[in-house]
Design a protein around this ligand. Structure first.
Ligand SMILES: *Cc1c(COP(=O)(O)O)cnc(C)c1O
Length: 236
């Protein structure tokens, strides 16, 4: 297809910014503290280029090979790349070398490899720990009970900068249930902060539940479909 995706994208982005602004106002928050991560999995490089032309700079990818191919195609643009997918232990090097953020660290072996592989010429890698709030067997994430130990160990790794927590909660259309899940992540961060860790980040909120996440203190919203439209069938 040869159509220009940009007008539709611009409309979706404007609508998204209105949603974010309304929720921030309702929550009494400064929208400047709520960052937009454009989740671009399954989207072609041209869609990211169109989004970048509208001022978006931070892109979130779930699949390493797909991300690396897009990075190669878009290297003329000053983008920041965030990895938000499942991490294979033996595929950490490109994450350490080519990403600014990794949101989905959930075990120490992966954190230690990222720390060892982060190139000295780059600043420390910004990381979030992914928490498995609902104990879902099919999802990654550290169980809340094991989070403090992992957080302390990661905070001690000099080539990582532990920024906060990330969650991918069970989808539910009930706004109160959405907020309850995000409130749990907020409380987990507060507990770590009260132990002395300096965590400034809550990576939470997607297209369907960003309002709940904003009310509970999200600092990075990870938005895919509300920006790029529906993903192709059969893709995650
Ligand atoms: C796909 C994905 C998103 C975005 O989901 P949408 O509902 O399309 O906004 C956010 N976070 C993660 C980890 C994802 O895999």
């Amino acid at each position: 297809m040869n159509h220009n995706p940009q007008p539709l994208l611009a409309e979706r982005l404007a609508a998204l910014r209105r949603r974010i602004g309304a929720a921030a106002a309702g929550a009494g928050r400064d929208p400047a503290g709520i960052h937009l991560l454009a989740v671009s999995k399954t989207q072609p490089a041209a869609a990211l280029r169109a989004a970048a032309a509208l001022g978006l700079r931070d892109f979130g990818e779930n699949y390493l090979q797909e991300a690396l191919a897009k990075q190669a195609e878009l290297q003329d643009l000053p983008l920041a790349w965030h990895f938000i997918g499942r991490i294979q232990r033996n595929k950490t090097r490109p994450l350490a070398e080519r990403f600014q953020w990794v949101h989905s660290v959930d075990r120490l072996a992966v954190a230690e490899r990222l720390n060892a592989q982060r190139p000295p010429a780059l600043p420390p890698l910004d990381v979030c720990l992914q928490v498995n709030l609902g104990g879902e067997a099919t999802k990654g994430g550290v169980p809340p009970a094991r989070l403090p130990e992992l957080a302390r160990a990661c905070a001690a790794l000099p080539r990582l900068r532990l920024r906060g927590l990330m969650a991918l909660p069970r989808p539910t259309p009930d706004p109160r249930a959405q907020r309850a899940q995000y409130a749990e992540l907020r409380r987990l961060r507060e507990a770590l902060c009260s132990e002395g860790l300096e965590l400034d980040t809550l990576s939470m909120g997607m297209s369907a539940d960003l309002e709940a996440a904003i009310y509970e203190g999200a600092t990075w919203l990870r938005i895919g479909t509300a920006l790029f439209g529906a993903r192709r069938k059969g893709t995650v």
